[in-house]
Write a protein that binds this ligand. Sequence first.
Ligand code: MF3
Ligand code: CO
Length: 254
Amino acid sequence: MRKVCRLGREVLDLLAAEVRPGITTDYLDELCHKLCIERDSYPSPLNYKDYPKSFCTSINEVICHGIPDQRVLIDGDIINLDVSLYHGGYHADLNETYYVGHKAKADPDTVRVVETARECLEEAIKVVKPGYLVRDFGAVIEKYAKSKGCSVVRDIVGHGVNTHFHSPPNVPHYTKNKAVGVCKPGMTFTIEPMVSLGKHQFVTWPDNWTITTIDGKKSAQFEHTLLVTETGVEILTARLPTSPGGPVRTPEDV
Ligand code: MF3
Ligand code: CO
């Protein structure tokens, strides 16, 4: 799991370095496929339940599972890159949302939704340790999102990830859920909160994959693959000092 997650981080970072106005998400998809193959890895999404591409690219009001296509990125977009790959019998799963160009960072609501999603994941990771109930992550996440005036998407959940792409437990991101499971050393799973500026409700496109907000307002997501250790948590897909993207906190970052 450590090795595949390190490879996943490499692939995500190389894709993120390409994000700029003028490129298409198909360009990123082709690159994702190549980067996986070069690492003796298979892109887990490709042909998974008939998913047609090598990873997911979710722009603006797309909550998740956006399919790469001829859409050209423009200054002011936000884009989530969701990379999953299979190497040596194990899957890694991670995603981040990035600002395209400068306009996105200049819009306060856009920064609020992206940074809130990032911080929701950070807050949830802080409480991971043996004995913690999986159902209790949602309260941490939703409380934080609400404090920033954002909503939490309820229907897509984190999951166990290991020799299977998606395994138990289900990891809901909302409060008062009834998820089964308790953190134990050696467990590997994802937390991947999706946070929206408006309503939490979604619609699914006729492509059966693309999930967008019902009101067209922006949504952002971050995901890590985590390992429960004897004393806490190891972020297997952790950012490196060289990783593109990262938080925007002050006007100087813009
Ligand atoms: N990577 C997504 C997740 O976080 C799963 C996408 S399934 C796909 O679980 F087929 F759309 F790739
Ligand atoms: Co996932």
